[in-house]
Design a protein around this ligand. Structure first.
Ligand SMILES: C[S@@+](CC[C@H](N)C(=O)[O-])C[C@H]1O[C@@H](n2cnc3c(N)ncnc32)[C@H](O)[C@@H]1O
Length: 258
């Protein structure tokens, strides 16, 4: 569907169901949960390999750019094994100030934070906390997996305290054709090969193939920014590093009670 045609429709999911993995929106959540459950033991190792060890440093820098500071109470949604959460704890100064939320119990059980921070099962679409609970909300590389952007951003606005800050990290398809082809070749060939070589489960190469396919299918950044504004966030902006690492930042207005 041309982008202009799509822009006239109310966008719910960040992308349509992806053929070859699942065919309906309903199948998406169980497909995603099963995929992360079965590949959780390999996640950190492969992530470190792909980012050549810089992934953790980058996550910390992005959180600081979005305004995370010592002493803030933070909810990390889609925390998985805790790679972003661990960086957040370094900044806020105490694991007691961090809560991690993820629908994959396999990812939570594989987390190094399991006995250090509060980790609970749940989805971004229905956050099990009262209104105005957190100073900061982060989400790392999980936005492509939700089923309704408006609903998720509405939940983020609800659980943030007035003045609370949001930081969403996501990979964005390069704007140029050449950049897109290069990244696709890397993600569709080299990454699954490497994943197969060092993984303990056959499912892991599928995870990393799906990784690119969902990046390619994802709505453009302006749609994400627009949806954040539509639900009521202010100060909405995108910071981009190396053209593919997007950081979406937003603030819940002081008077923005819902
Ligand atoms: C690529 S991992 C990212 C983990 C971690 N945030 C990081 O920085 O490495 C994506 C995580 O999003 C989780 N996820 C998938 N669907 C979700 C949803 N609807 N709500 C919240 N988290 C979700 C997955 O279970 C998985 O643990």
């Amino acid at each position: 569907m041309p982008d202009s045609e799509q822009s006239n429709r109310s966008i719910k999911a960040p992308h349509q169901p992806i053929a070859g993995y699942y065919t309906t929106e309903e199948e998406r959540a169980s497909f995603i949960r099963d995929m992360f459950d079965t590949t959780s033991v390999d996640y950190d190792r492969i992530e470190h390999l792909l980012a050549l060890g810089t992934g953790q440093w980058y996550r910390g820098q992005a959180l600081k750019r979005a305004g995370l500071q010592s002493g803030m109470e933070i909810l990390d949604v889609g925390c998985g094994t805790g790679l972003l959460a661990a960086q957040a704890i370094e900044i806020i100064g105490s694991s007691e100030l961090l809560t991690g939320l993820d629908p994959s119990l396999g990812m939570l059980q594989a987390s190094t934070l399991l006995r250090k921070a509060t980790l609970i099962g749940g989805r971004a679409e229905h956050i099990p906390f009262p209104d105005n609970s957190f100073d900061f909300l982060s989400m790392g590389y999980a936005l492509r997996h939700v089923s309704n952007l408006e609903q998720v951003f509405g939940e983020y606005l609800r659980v943030l305290k007035p003045g609370g800050k949001l930081c969403i990290l996501e990979i964005t398809r390069p704007e140029t054709r050449l950049g897109s082809v290069l990244l696709k070749t890397y993600m569709r060939t080299l990454v699954p090969l490497l994943a197969r070589a060092i993984s303990t489960t056959g499912e892991t190469s599928k995870l990393w193939r799906y990784y690119w396919d969902s990046i390619e299918a994802c709505v453009p950044p302006r749609r994400i920014l627009q949806t954040l504004e539509n639900v009521g966030f202010s100060g909405v902006k995108q910071h981009r590093e190396l053209r593919i690492f997007s950081e979406y930042q937003a603030v819940k207005q002081q008077s923005g009670f819902r």
